[in-house]
Design a protein around this ligand. Structure first.
Ligand SMILES: [Zn+2]
Length: 125
Protein backbone atom coordinates (compact mmCIF):
# COMPACT_ATOMS: atom_id res chain seq x y z
CA UNK A 1 0.00 0.00 0.00
CA UNK A 2 1.33 3.38 -0.97
CA UNK A 3 0.42 5.16 2.22
CA UNK A 4 2.58 2.88 4.37
CA UNK A 5 5.66 4.80 5.43
CA UNK A 6 6.57 2.75 8.47
CA UNK A 7 5.52 -0.64 9.77
CA UNK A 8 5.47 0.38 13.43
CA UNK A 9 2.91 2.47 15.21
CA UNK A 10 -0.81 2.07 14.89
CA UNK A 11 -1.43 5.72 14.04
CA UNK A 12 -0.15 5.06 10.54
CA UNK A 13 -3.28 3.09 9.84
CA UNK A 14 -5.14 6.36 9.96
CA UNK A 15 -2.93 8.20 7.50
CA UNK A 16 -2.96 8.40 3.72
CA UNK A 17 -0.77 9.93 1.06
CA UNK A 18 -1.64 12.70 -1.39
CA UNK A 19 -0.87 11.28 -4.84
CA UNK A 20 -0.12 14.75 -6.22
CA UNK A 21 2.53 15.92 -3.79
CA UNK A 22 3.10 12.83 -1.55
CA UNK A 23 2.19 14.75 1.55
CA UNK A 24 0.99 12.43 4.33
CA UNK A 25 -2.38 13.50 5.70
CA UNK A 26 -5.03 12.22 8.06
CA UNK A 27 -7.36 9.54 6.83
CA UNK A 28 -10.46 11.73 6.88
CA UNK A 29 -8.89 14.80 5.29
CA UNK A 30 -10.80 15.88 2.19
CA UNK A 31 -8.39 18.39 0.65
CA UNK A 32 -4.61 18.18 0.77
CA UNK A 33 -3.31 20.96 3.06
CA UNK A 34 -0.18 21.29 0.94
CA UNK A 35 -1.43 21.31 -2.69
CA UNK A 36 -5.25 21.60 -2.28
CA UNK A 37 -5.92 18.42 -4.29
CA UNK A 38 -9.31 16.78 -3.69
CA UNK A 39 -8.14 13.60 -1.99
CA UNK A 40 -11.40 11.72 -2.48
CA UNK A 41 -11.03 12.00 -6.24
CA UNK A 42 -7.53 10.59 -6.33
CA UNK A 43 -6.93 7.07 -7.56
CA UNK A 44 -3.82 5.26 -8.74
CA UNK A 45 -5.77 3.05 -11.18
CA UNK A 46 -4.93 -0.10 -9.28
CA UNK A 47 -7.16 -3.01 -8.29
CA UNK A 48 -7.46 -4.68 -4.91
CA UNK A 49 -8.77 -8.26 -5.00
CA UNK A 50 -10.67 -9.92 -2.16
CA UNK A 51 -12.11 -13.44 -2.07
CA UNK A 52 -15.18 -13.50 0.16
CA UNK A 53 -16.46 -16.93 -0.83
CA UNK A 54 -13.84 -19.64 -0.72
CA UNK A 55 -12.73 -19.83 2.90
CA UNK A 56 -15.94 -21.23 4.28
CA UNK A 57 -17.39 -17.78 5.03
CA UNK A 58 -20.97 -17.39 6.13
CA UNK A 59 -23.05 -14.78 4.32
CA UNK A 60 -22.56 -12.37 7.24
CA UNK A 61 -18.80 -12.91 7.26
CA UNK A 62 -18.64 -12.32 3.53
CA UNK A 63 -20.50 -9.00 3.87
CA UNK A 64 -18.21 -7.92 6.71
CA UNK A 65 -15.22 -8.79 4.55
CA UNK A 66 -16.70 -6.72 1.72
CA UNK A 67 -17.20 -3.77 4.07
CA UNK A 68 -13.60 -3.79 5.29
CA UNK A 69 -12.22 -4.37 1.77
CA UNK A 70 -14.11 -1.32 0.47
CA UNK A 71 -12.73 0.71 3.37
CA UNK A 72 -9.14 -0.43 2.78
CA UNK A 73 -9.43 0.00 -0.95
CA UNK A 74 -10.58 3.61 -0.60
CA UNK A 75 -7.78 4.41 1.81
CA UNK A 76 -5.15 2.86 -0.46
CA UNK A 77 -6.30 4.94 -3.47
CA UNK A 78 -7.30 1.82 -5.43
CA UNK A 79 -9.64 2.54 -8.30
CA UNK A 80 -11.16 -0.92 -8.42
CA UNK A 81 -12.05 -3.64 -5.98
CA UNK A 82 -12.41 -7.14 -7.43
CA UNK A 83 -14.70 -9.24 -5.24
CA UNK A 84 -14.53 -12.99 -5.79
CA UNK A 85 -18.04 -14.09 -4.87
CA UNK A 86 -18.31 -17.63 -6.21
CA UNK A 87 -21.84 -18.76 -6.92
CA UNK A 88 -24.85 -19.01 -4.66
CA UNK A 89 -25.92 -17.19 -1.49
CA UNK A 90 -22.79 -15.10 -0.96
CA UNK A 91 -22.85 -13.92 -4.55
CA UNK A 92 -26.48 -12.80 -4.21
CA UNK A 93 -25.88 -11.14 -0.85
CA UNK A 94 -22.86 -9.20 -2.09
CA UNK A 95 -24.69 -8.10 -5.24
CA UNK A 96 -27.66 -6.86 -3.21
CA UNK A 97 -25.33 -4.97 -0.83
CA UNK A 98 -23.54 -3.35 -3.78
CA UNK A 99 -26.86 -2.18 -5.23
CA UNK A 100 -27.54 -0.37 -1.95
CA UNK A 101 -24.03 1.09 -1.77
CA UNK A 102 -24.33 2.44 -5.30
CA UNK A 103 -27.72 3.98 -4.56
CA UNK A 104 -26.31 5.75 -1.53
CA UNK A 105 -23.29 6.99 -3.50
CA UNK A 106 -20.69 5.01 -1.55
CA UNK A 107 -19.38 3.37 -4.75
CA UNK A 108 -19.43 4.60 -8.32
CA UNK A 109 -20.40 1.47 -10.20
CA UNK A 110 -20.05 -2.31 -10.26
CA UNK A 111 -20.56 -5.22 -12.63
CA UNK A 112 -19.66 -8.84 -13.16
CA UNK A 113 -16.19 -9.21 -14.59
CA UNK A 114 -16.89 -9.99 -18.24
CA UNK A 115 -18.64 -13.33 -18.56
CA UNK A 116 -17.27 -14.45 -15.19
CA UNK A 117 -20.24 -14.39 -12.80
CA UNK A 118 -18.03 -15.47 -9.94
CA UNK A 119 -16.22 -12.14 -9.83
CA UNK A 120 -17.55 -8.59 -9.44
CA UNK A 121 -15.55 -5.47 -10.26
CA UNK A 122 -16.41 -2.50 -8.08
CA UNK A 123 -15.37 0.99 -9.13
CA UNK A 124 -14.94 3.05 -6.02
CA UNK A 125 -13.94 6.37 -7.62
ZN1 LIG B 1 -1.04 17.25 -2.03
Amino acid sequence: MRHRIDTRGEWLIFMKECLECHFIVGDKTRYCPKCDADLRQQSDGSTLTVDVAHSGQTKEEALEQLRSALFNSARAHNQFLRVIVGTGLISEAVYTRLVHLKRSGRIKSFDYEGSNRGSIMVRGR
